[in-house]
Design a protein. Structure first.
Length: 140
């Protein structure tokens, strides 16, 4: 079944044999991540290992439902990480207000309030994850 489904998705420009594809797909099911499957494939087959994109594409063709679930799981993990970093950054920015000059306070408090509001939006299922992450990293 796996070989038949993978054979259907083989393109003329795809240099990977079915055994490599099958092994990569099996590793995704085993490890739960495309990245880990790619790392293991690189260790096992350094001369012909597929990259993350290849493995993800093959997996999506074979099991689109599970591929979508994995994407949702990654997004939740990503949001949780952003929330954790964001809360720490907001705490530090708030703490810095006490030691800043009157000229610096409006900038720091504006960033702190803006990021707190973005994190609330993100927590409620909206908001832009990249905007929150990028700005928290760049506004020190």
């Amino acid at each position: 079944m796996l070989s038949e489904n993978l054979a259907v998705s083989t393109h003329r420009t795809d240099p990977y044999p079915l055994d490599i594809k099958a092994e990569a797909i099996a590793l995704v099911y085993e490890t739960g991540t495309f990245t880990q499957a790619g790392r293991i494939m690189a260790e096992r087959h350094p001369d012909r290992s597929p990259n993350f994109s290849n493995i993800a594409r093959w997996f999506k063709q074979l099991d689109p439902e599970r591929w979508k679930e994995m994407g949702e799981e990654r997004e939740e993990t990503f949001k949780a990480g952003i929330m954790e970093v964001g809360v720490q950054a907001i705490s530090r920015l708030s703490g810095a207000l006490e030691t800043q000059s009157d000229a610096q306070v409006p900038i720091t408090s504006g960033i702190t309030i803006d990021k707190a509001l973005e994190l609330l939006k993100l927590q409620k299922g909206g908001g832009n994850q990249m905007n929150v992450q990028f700005n928290l990293v760049t506004h020190d």
